[in-house]
Design a protein around this ligand. Structure first.
Ligand code: TTP
Length: 385
């Protein structure tokens, strides 16, 4: 039992409840404010009783829970709290794979002589996070990543669960297929349509039939269904940031041209992030002017991103915040930082239907490296090709 999956409970909402005791025990909804466009980032467990969920349009959340207390996210505050929690985790093991702002795998195989059993380590982490940071963390313990994540998920809130061999035998097969990593709502629906609801159903189905729905992931998903997962915990400390920049052949102040360059850089950056299986929670735009002054603006996001068009959207909004009136630009760069692993599919918070587009483009570029594949708006642009 050597892998821990640690996940803070209702993270942003818990921080707000911690900082304002009058919110404790109340339905707190973090995200857009009612009457505006936007979605729920997260909500307290009290709000979940009304059916409110992450990524739900705020209008629907308001309809379900009109007595809810709606709060805009304070990303700077949450990033600080996250750093505090991660420094507690790092005091137990250096083998930490950060999955998002509030979630990580820990390989504690080498720590038993210092801190006792995996169960003891998990207890200590829970206690320290509560005492030093004032929020609750759920922890799953298992021999592999898949089962550790499943265990923390099943134990929430304020949970601690060890996934035992007995549970692999008796509990795992009875769970719905969407509990398997990689099976999202759409795939689950396709499986349900042919009568596969539980992991047991999946294991009993012929591989040729599964192949039609799960494609190249069939073998991996069957392994997980049996409770097997050989992926190691992979710390990502090495990569702190990934940047793309370009010095223009001719300085420009032309907004349309700058926008095309931002699109090109966003596509390149998105490709690099996805190749490295990373997502970024902070995007920085850097501009160097003709007189060599360098200006930059950053945005820390509510959720990590790796999609071309999302990066482009953020870079464009940062561009609008930098005053370049009457000046010419000689270099443009986009930096992504605050990186985490993207192996867990995160729900999209944006309206873009670009997920499949990015994937298809990545595949095409791998298969045909010499081909020039780009949005039509980037064709025939002398300054960027
Ligand atoms: P999660 O760990 O998915 O959720 P959670 O911590 O709010 O609740 P749970 O107890 O069920 O784990 O996400 C972590 C934070 O990321 C969450 O507090 C807010 C943010 N987030 C979004 O902004 N949008 C989303 O769609 C999701 C799922 C999370």
């Amino acid at each position: 039992m050597d892998i821990l999956h640690c996940d803070l409970d209702a993270f942003y909402a818990s921080v707000e409840q911690r900082d304002n005791p009058s919110l404790q025990g109340k339905p707190v909804i973090i995200g857009a404010l009612p009457g505006n466009r936007g979605v729920v980032a997260t909500c307290s467990y009290e709000a979940r009783k009304y059916g409110v969920r992450s990524a739900m349009p705020i209008s629907e959340a308001y309809r379900l829970c009109p007595t809810g207390i709606f709060i805009r996210p304070d990303m700077k505050k949450y990033a600080g709290v996250s750093r505090q929690v991660f420094s507690i985790l790092a005091s137990f093991t250096p083998l930490i794979e950060k999955l998002s702002i509030d979630e990580a795998f820990l390989d504690v195989s080498g720590c038993h002589h210092l801190f006792g059993s995996s169960y003891n380590i998990a207890l200590k982490i829970k206690q320290e996070v509560w005492e030093k940071v004032g929020i609750k963390i759920s922890i799953g313990i298992a021999p592999n990543k898949f089962l550790a994540k499943l265990a923390s998920d099943l134990s929430k809130p304020d949970g601690l669960l060890m996934f035992t061999p007995d549970m692999v035998q008796n509990l795992l097969p009875s769970l719905p297929v969407q509990k398997i990593w990689g099976i999202g709502p759409k795939t689950a629906q396709n499986l349900n349509n042919i009568g596969i609801y539980t992991i047991r159903d999946l294991l009993k189905t012929e591989k040729t039939i599964l192949n039609k729905i799960l494609g190249s992931s069939t073998d991996f998903i069957l392994q997980l269904a049996r409770g097997e997962d050989s992926r190691p915990v992979e710390p990502y400390q090495e990569t702190k940031s990934i940047s793309q920049e370009i010095t223009l052949p001719a300085d420009t102040g032309n907004i349309e041209e700058i926008s095309k360059i931002l699109l090109k850089l966003s596509i390149e950056l998105g490709e690099r992030l996805r190749k490295e299986k990373l997502q970024a929670q902070t995007i920085t735009l850097k501009l160097r002017l003709s007189d060599f002054t360098t200006l930059s603006k950053s945005q820390t996001l509510e959720y990590p991103v790796d999609k071309n068009l999302v990066i482009f959207e953020i870079a464009s909004s940062l561009m609008k915040k930098i005053d370049t009136k009457g000046k010419k630009i000689r270099l443009i760069g986009i930096k992504s930082s605050n990186l985490s692993s993207s192996i867990i599919e995160q729900p999209s918070l944006f309206d873009f239907k670009s997920d499949n587009l990015d994937k298809t483009l990545d595949e095409l570029k791998t298969r045909f490296p010499a081909a020039k594949i780009m949005p039509a708006s980037l064709l025939k642009n002398s300054n960027i090709n």
